[in-house]
Design a binder for this molecule. Sequence first.
Ligand SMILES: [Zn+2]
Length: 323
Amino acid sequence: MVAPVAAGCVIGVDVGGTKILAGLVDPGLGVLHRTQRPSHGLTRDELLARLAELVAEAAAAAPGPVLGVGFGVPGMIDRRRGVVAAAPHLPLDGVRFEALMAERTGLPVAVDNDGNCTMLAEWRHGAARGCRDAVTLTVGTGVGGGIVANGGLLRGSSGGGAEIGHMVIAFDGPPCQGECPGRGHFEWYASGNAIGRAGLELARDMPGSVLGRELAAGREITGALVTELAHDGDEHARAAIRLVGGRLGAGMVSLVNVFNPERIVVGGGAIAAGELLLGPAREEVARHAMPSLADGLEIVPAHFGAEAGMLGAATLAFEELAG
Ligand SMILES: [Zn+2]
């Protein structure tokens, strides 16, 4: 059998703070080739060179024309100018990203915030498909956000909108992560890192617990470890996740009251906790959101896992560059 000739592919690139994932993606969102490299510790020039290398590698695997490249970047993107206004975890602040990458790859380039890319993938092809109003929360190191309102992606006046992780929860709370100048932000309380912090606190309070013994043995108490122990049935690890799930739900209450979504999609590394995280979030929403606004609301896990950002960047490229 002869393989069908691709109608034209795009390349989606998820530029994470620790790794870069690039994929050659066909119009049916099939991934024909994927490649991954670390991004941590690189200078600006090294990072831009690595991105160009990954794009070239993916393009070389294409059976037909490559229509463009979409990039999802964790930071504030000024989409009017194609500039990364601020990227707390990468050396890209102020970089004319779109123009530079177009020059280095020789391909048309589109760039958006990674949270918006994830929303786009889930909205067009995943768990928020068919919704006119939906919210995506990517719960990992921080909390990424994406909002579809009134049938369109909400990007705000400069294109950097939907930074849900940086909603203020406590005006005098702890300083935010990375370079964010704010205090008491949502992601401090409700991220995967927050699960790790809650676990660490329990480990210190209860040296005889499983978490306490892990800490004494020199293991780092991370969100992933707490989740693993919770799945094994450890009650303290479960309590840490329940706490963060409830806080996640409290943030959802605000989102429900403001945006009245049909669906809230939860992805990111922390969704490995599954119902242990989502159950308490749903309870919190049921108790505290305005009933008329939460009526019919579904809180569901993301359809796309670790590739959501890359597939969303590819979707962005199809929509903005292949038309
Ligand atoms: Zn913040």
